[in-house]
Design a protein around this ligand. Structure first.
Ligand code: ADP
Ligand code: GLC
Length: 467
């Protein structure tokens, strides 16, 4: 049994803005089920959905450069793993996780710097891990802090792993932040924490972690190329010896049409009639006409550059000519929100659009749609396409990252070039296939019987911990 301390900015069901939250809500459980001793450290934000917390430490001093904080640590056990909440109201008692009203909190280096420093104090005082496992840039400084604390016997022998869930978010800040973070200026050079005239939390993790992983094998290759590297490709090529890709798993307790509490009817491979009811209800919920014999395409997403929805901009007219409709849920980039609002206004019977974040509706779209669209520019793993498979909602995806690794021609539809015409052709292809009902239903059954549960991927993380 290894002792693992995961450090993360989010974990479902407590706080989630995207797939990172899903992963930190389910990978720890899968590891615990396989016999590991797992703790997860995250900030206690104002809106965290937490219950039954036990205060296990009061007024633990944590210093960060010149700053002295006094933090409380609260514990809840969830599915076999311990979740430790770092309570520090001046930094975390705010409405947002990373930002508010579209603006990043200016003290994010301190907010997340403290999370990394606190992990060392947790190790000294509460839970001493064999492996520190950092997730994304907010936990990227930890391997550097560990290195600078190398003489400390409480930390001797501990190893560190960084998992990159998304290279597009790097935690880059002005060099002056080094003072606040207690980082010696001698680390400010291209082989260290310097990145194009700034400091980078993520780079610190890549440089100093003992191992680096990302969330699919294809993305692990892609990020070593200029097209997908966001300036990190050279660095990652030079660290290829310690870089691996492990595809995310699905939490089938949360995502399964047999018992999903958010959907109006349950169904499974042997009887798909419940899915037809989910479609009827979803169309009604979105104010769309009933279209039993025509495809409904679902979209549930953060609206970010990464997700590729700008491709739809140029093909709204031809799409509106097709015999299909869209069920859209998402929020983020105001330009993309506005684009979907425009579509709904121009073609009211074809685009049902909800701007916002709504977990229940996300489940109802997974269940009620016939197809699920992810035209991502890049996609480290992607979870929604794997949820869709389980709900018999065939994914239409761009062949990149985890989409390439999880979808094949038997269960979904892929396109390659990042071009509106390629996307349109894939949608038309799927729409044509939908007309052959018996063939479509056997595709659905194949999709639903795919198994992307965490077990196999959790075993790969265990191999890494052992090594
Ligand atoms: P990413 O992490 O890049 O956002 P993933 O496919 O890995 O992409 O995970 C997205 C997760 O966030 C899924 O669980 C999806 O259902 C959820 N999600 C995204 N946008 C919304 C939204 N607007 N409302 C509810 N859930 C959402
Ligand atoms: C990121 C990626 C997504 C991945 C998720 C969890 O948000 O964009 O592809 O599934 O992290 O690893």
């Amino acid at each position: 049994m290894a002792r693992i301390l995961m450090v993360t900015p989010e974990a479902s069901p407590f706080v989630k803005t995207g797939g990172l939250g899903d992963v930190l809500g389910s990978l720890p459980a899968a590891l615990a089920a396989r016999g590991e001793d797992v703790a997860v450290l995250l900030p206690r934000y104002r809106n965290a959905h937490v219950w039954g917390l036990e205060r296990i430490r009061h007024a633990l001093p944590v210093s960060l450069g010149p700053h002295r904080f006094s933090v409380d640590v609260d514990l809840v056990t969830h599915r076999g793993a311990r979740y430790l909440f770092l309570d520090c109201p001046p930094l975390y008692d705010r409405p947002g996780v990373y930002n508010e009203g579209g603006w990043d909190y200016p003290d994010n280096p301190i907010r997340f710097g403290l999370l990394n420093r606190a992990a060392l104090e947790i190790a000294r005082n509460i839970f001493r891990p064999d492996v520190f496992h950092s997730h994304d840039w907010p936990a990227g400084l930890l391997p550097l802090y560990l290195r600078t604390a190398a003489g400390d016997p409480a930390l001797a022998g501990s190893k560190s792993i960084l998992t990159i869930h998304n290279l597009g978010y790097q935690g880059n800040f002005p060099p002056a932040a080094m003072h606040d973070l207690g980082i010696d200026p001698s680390f400010y050079h291209p082989e260290g924490i310097e990145f194009y005239g700034r400091i980078s939390f993520l780079k610190a993790g890549v440089v100093w972690a003992d191992a680096v992983t990302t969330v699919s094998p294809t993305y692990a290759r892609e990020i070593q190329t200029p097209e997908f590297g966001f300036g990190f490709d050279g660095l990652l090529r030079s660290r290829a010896y310690k870089l691996t890709g492990i595809l995310n798993g699905v939490d089938y307790q949360e995502w399964d049409p047999r018992h999903d509490p958010h959907i109006p009817a349950h169904y499974w491979i042997d009887d798909l009639s419940g899915k037809a009811e989910c479609k009827r209800e979803l169309l009604a919920e979105l104010g769309l006409p009933q279209i039993e014999d025509r495809p409904l395409i679902g979209i549930v997403s953060r609206f970010a550059y990464q997700k590729g929805f700008d491709l739809l901009g140029g093909i709204a007219e031809p799409l509106a000519q097709e015999n299909l409709a869209f069920a859209v849920l998402g929020s983020g980039d105001p330009a993309i929100e506005e684009m979907f609002r425009r579509f709904a206004y121009a073609h009211p019977g074809k685009f049902g659009v909800r701007i916002g974040y709504d977990n229940g509706l996300a489940h109802r779209i997974e269940a009620g749609a016939d197809m699920f669209l992810m035209p991502s520019r890049y996609e480290p793993s992607g979870l929604s396409q794997m949820y869709s498979l389980r709900y018999g909602t065939l994914p239409i995806v761009r062949a990149t990252g985890g989409l390439e690794d999880s979808i094949d021609e038997e269960t979904g539809f892929k396109f390659h070039g990042y071009a509106p015409a390629a996307l349109l052709a894939a949608i038309q292809n799927a729409s044509g296939a939908f007309q052959d009902r018996p063939a479509w239903q056997s595709r659905m059954r194949r999709a639903m019987s795919k198994d992307f549960s965490w077990d196999a991927s959790a075993a790969r993380y265990q191999d890494l911990y052992r090594s």
